[in-house]
Design a protein around this ligand. Sequence first.
Ligand SMILES: CC(C)(COP(=O)(O)OP(=O)(O)OC[C@H]1O[C@@H](n2cnc3c(N)ncnc32)[C@H](O)[C@@H]1OP(=O)(O)O)[C@@H](O)C(=O)NCCC(=O)NCCS
Length: 154
Amino acid sequence: MLTIRRALVEDAPRIVRIYVDSWNAGFVGLMPPITLDEARIARWSGDLAENHWWIAEYDGSPAGFAGICPSRDPVQPDLGELDTIAVDPAYWRSGIGRALMQTALEALAADYPEAVLWTLTNYPQAQRFYESTGWTPDGNTRANNTQLSYRRRF
Ligand SMILES: CC(C)(COP(=O)(O)OP(=O)(O)OC[C@H]1O[C@@H](n2cnc3c(N)ncnc32)[C@H](O)[C@@H]1OP(=O)(O)O)[C@@H](O)C(=O)NCCC(=O)NCCS
């Protein structure tokens, strides 16, 4: 059974494992691989304390996570941002990303009239996922066109 609950600082090691595994499986050829280490867990512990994060568990095992924050690029307090969403590759394409997105969208809609997210330009997996969950490219890019942004209004 799938459950989604607020993530706690103590979830940092579980969240970092999902982050690292999904990055290394998803971004092959697009981004260098990353490692699971104590410094990364410490950084995520700080993020988990400050932002709004949720963790998805499938039959009690951590399977994915998502978080929201005020927009960082542009810095705009009345614009929400989907900070990160990631699912353990073992569970890809089983609806966990969509369920996490639903939770994140409800929270964004409660706090903001509009939200933005950034993803990689040459990465159809995430682009199809975002389009299937109601996001639309807004025409903005950054980092030499290697990232593009999506928006949606509530
Ligand atoms: C993007 C990601 C979060 C999607 O999670 P997921 O749990 O596999 O997504 P879902 O199973 O809920 O898929 C929902 C819909 O998104 C679309 N989708 C998801 N993965 C897709 C893929 N590989 N190819 C095409 N469409 C895809 C489909 O429309 C899918 O619906 P369907 O399966 O009924 O056709 C996951 O692939 C992931 O963690 N990737 C690595 C990290 C990442 O890319 N993060 C976000 C980008 S910064």
